[in-house]
Design a protein around this ligand. Structure first.
Ligand code: KG4
Ligand code: ZN
Length: 346
């Protein structure tokens, strides 16, 4: 499986893909939300460098990502992040096979910074520019420093998405189901906020949950019509009601966190297993920021005791990063490689 890309100045064709014998060195850039990241990846799998500059400390003050602030901070950080990714990979820009960036979905102003940087590098060095979809890139994080091969079922859980994907081949990601309302990460962050935890709350709620009693409170699982669809807005409302039923100084934060986490992780496991069973696929992979969650990882990796092969990106490649973008550019890009490609929001 190879794809052909055009060099922007000479018009020369460059072949890229896993069935090629020649090595491909892809430079990835990610700026879709609040991480400025650049990375060099060899043949879609071997990470030579990965630099991630997070804006979380700034957005924390506002309790969420402020798009204009995010775009400006990407602009301030991008050159240094690119330079560091090049230096720590020990390569020259002329060695790069292609430059890639996330085209969307994401914050348009933020995306423009990374896309324009990658397009400029592509023009200056006359190497193809490859735009990738952020969701496909999250799936491809599973190929980094790993030997995973399709077909597999991928549960993509992030701040903006909750999707079950049947990865039929490197370049065929089929969506089976998704959330009808809130994404898992959103439910985590909103509930964490109600509990008074700092933004983004998912990781803090996860920590508290680890020392809480998960059987203390029962949240009911939302029913959806679609077999592989999810709904998390009811859970968030139930958490709100529960939290409000306590005196402000007397909220059992750890037990609520643990019970919330138990409900979310069981639902995710159940639906993903249903997809794996229905399609007789015994390989399951996690992806997205929420795939860093301790209980979700524990429940899924436990499946290894019942005949499943389970994969998840290393924690640093679960949340937004450019290595997954470079990997995605190598394995699949269903977006055009023309320099006039536009970025897009959700
Ligand atoms: O993939 P990501 O970095 O950005 C999006 O594309 O949305 O995911 C960020 C989300 C946030 O909602 C964050 O709270 C959540 O991932 N997250 C976690 C954990 N670590 C990050 N949620 C639960 N448990 C964690 N350990
Ligand atoms: Zn993401």
């Amino acid at each position: 499986m190879t794809r052909e890309f055009k060099k922007p100045v000479s018009g020369e064709i460059v072949k890229i893909g896993p069935s090629l014998k020649e090595d491909c060195l892809i430079f990835g850039i990610e700026t879709s939300c609040d991480e400025t990241s650049a990375s060099v990846v060899l043949n879609g799998r071997k990470v030579l460098s990965s630099v991630i500059s997070s804006q979380i400390d700034t957005h924390k003050i506002y309790g969420g990502v402020v798009p204009e602030v995010a775009a400006r901070m990407h602009l301030e950080a991008i050159n240094a992040v690119i330079e560091e990714a090049k230096e720590s990979a020990g390569i020259k820009m002329q060695d790069i096979t292609a430059f890639s960036s996330t085209a969307g979905p994401g914050l348009v102003g933020a995306l423009l910074v990374g896309a324009n940087a990658a397009k400029t590098l592509s023009l200056v060095h006359d190497k193809p520019f490859i735009a990738v979809n952020h969701l496909n890139a999250h799936v491809c994080a599973n190929f980094l420093n790993s030997s995973l091969e399709p077909p597999f079922i991928c549960l993509l859980i992030s701040g903006g998405h909750t999707i079950i994907i049947k990865v039929n081949s490197y370049d065929n990601h089929e969506i089976l189901g998704e959330t009808l309302d809130d994404a898992v990460g959103e439910a985590y962050d909103k509930t964490a906020r109600l509990l008074g935890l700092p933004y983004p709350g998912g990781v803090h709620l996860d920590k508290l949950a680890q020392s809480g009693d998960k059987t203390k409170f029962k949240f009911t699982e939302a029913k959806t019509d679609g077999k592989y669809d999810f709904s998390f807005s009811g859970l968030k409302t139930a958490a709100l009601r529960l939290i409000k039923s306590f005196d402000a100084n007397d909220i059992p934060i750890k037990d609520i966190s643990a019970s919330f986490q138990e409900n979310v992780s069981s639902t995710l496991l159940k639906k993903t297993l249903k997809a794996a069973d229905d399609f007789k696929i015994n390989k399951i992979a996690l992806a997205g920021g929420v795939a860093a969650n301790s209980e979700i990882r524990r429940k899924f990796f436990e499946l290894q005791n019942s005949g499943f092969e389970v994969f998840a990106p290393e924690i640093q490649y679960c949340t937004d990063n450019a290595a997954m973008v470079a990997s995605c550019a190598y394995f699949l890009s269903n977006i055009s490689d023309e320099l006039d490609i536009e970025v897009f929001s959700r």
